[in-house]
Design a protein around this ligand. Structure first.
Ligand code: SAM
Ligand code: SF4
Length: 328
């Protein structure tokens, strides 16, 4: 089958599929999950590897989807994840993973050998006390070891996702830049989005990406790297010390270039991180639906994709799912 691009109503082509493999997590980051009271999906509610592979194959064969990112919850708490990685790598896509890094000491090499190409490790503070307050887990050393394990396994670049929150860790931009330069990893500073489970997000907690760029640029001379439609604006150190990126989802939304769609752990298809509607692919799969039925369900939702989110405006509607239930 020759792929034909899947285009939404605004002319944007779908190229990137984000798949959550579990809603469970060994952390409880304050900006993502409540401390207690998360109701996990039952095992049989979560898509099997075979179901995930089938959805991915339909998207790749029919529409030429180029990249897939596995996320969660924490994807590495899903047993045998390298098995899924190998199945998806066989589709020939650019395969990536976002993880909190705690299991990489054990799994980085196996994931790489299974065909994982790219890795983002989330780490929001380099200070032990803050790390514990943010994640509600005492695991900073484990994450740092995970970063080292990813480097040792040959992932290049290793990107470090940092969610910046005003009054919490907004004084660490330069520390993260120095950390990135020293360790040979690339920080990606992400603006805090209203997808926290507690619904406590406020606009004044958002640290504008421009402020982070200015803080780092005041210490290390930098230049912008010209970039395509990807959300991260990238900057390079003039002394050759590497690069960092900023993702200004709130202050400079990139919805006009959005090429992503998402599948939650229980198999609902979402056309946007902030979607309030979704379509149930698991029902199609388990109801005996054909590949055509799957494709029709997904393309119908893509046709309904809106122009962009309206975070910070009165028209914004907080989506029913928090970040850990969608997959970042
Ligand atoms: N557990 C994995 C991890 O933390 O990397 C993968 C799932 S996590 C939901 C994916 C990404 O979303 C992480 O980089 C995390 O920091 C980010 N994230 C979670 N909640 C967020 C929020 N409210 N605003 C911005 N980014 C958020
Ligand atoms: Fe877990 Fe990732 Fe959410 Fe933190 S950001 S609670 S590690 S899913």
């Amino acid at each position: 089958m020759t792929p034909a691009p899947l285009v939404d109503g605004f002319g944007r082509v779908v190229k990137d599929l984000r798949i959550s493999v579990t809603d469970r997590c060994n952390f409880r980051c304050t900006y993502c999950m409540p401390e207690e009271g998360m109701q996990w999906l039952a095992r049989d509610q979560v898509l099997t590897f075979e179901e995930i592979e089938r959805i991915a194959r339909v998207a790749v064969e029919r529409w030429g989807v180029e990249s897939i990112r596995l996320t969660g919850g924490e994807p590495l708490v899903r047993a045998h994840l390298p098995v899924l990685v190998a199945k998806l790598a066989a589709l020939g896509v650019d395969l990536a993973l976002t993880t909190n890094g705690t299991s990489l000491g054990l799994l980085a090499g196996e994931l790489r050998r299974a065909g994982l190409k790219r890795i983002n490790i989330s780490l929001d503070s380099l200070r032990p006390d803050r790390f514990v307050a943010l994640t509600r887990r005492d695991a900073l050393d484990q994450v740092l070891d995970g970063i080292d394990a990813a480097l040792a396994a040959g992932f290049d670049p290793v990107k470090v996702n940092v969610v910046m929150i005003r009054g919490v860790n907004d004084d660490e931009a330069v520390e993260f830049a120095t950390f990135g330069r020293d360790r040979g990893v690339q920080p990606r500073f992400i603006e805090f989005m209203p997808l926290d489970a507690d619904g406590a997000w406020t606009l004044d907690q958002v640290v504008p990406a421009a402020e982070i760029v200015a803080a780092i640029g005041a210490v290390y001379p930098i230049e912008a790297v010209s970039h395509g439609p990807e959300p991260a604006a990238r900057y390079r150190y003039l002394d050759g010390g590497g690069e960092f990126g900023v993702i200004a989802s709130v202050t400079e939304p990139f919805c006009g270039n959005c090429d992503r769609v998402r599948i939650t752990a229980e198999g609902t298809f979402q056309n946007c991180l902030f979607a309030v509607d979704e379509v149930d692919l698991r029902a199609v799969l388990r109801g005996g639906g054909s590949d055509d039925d799957l494709a029709t369900a997904m393309s119908g939702e893509v046709a309904r994709k809106w122009a962009g989110h309206s975070i910070g405006k009165v028209t914004f509607v907080k989506p029913p799912r928090s970040m850990s239930q969608i997959g970042g």
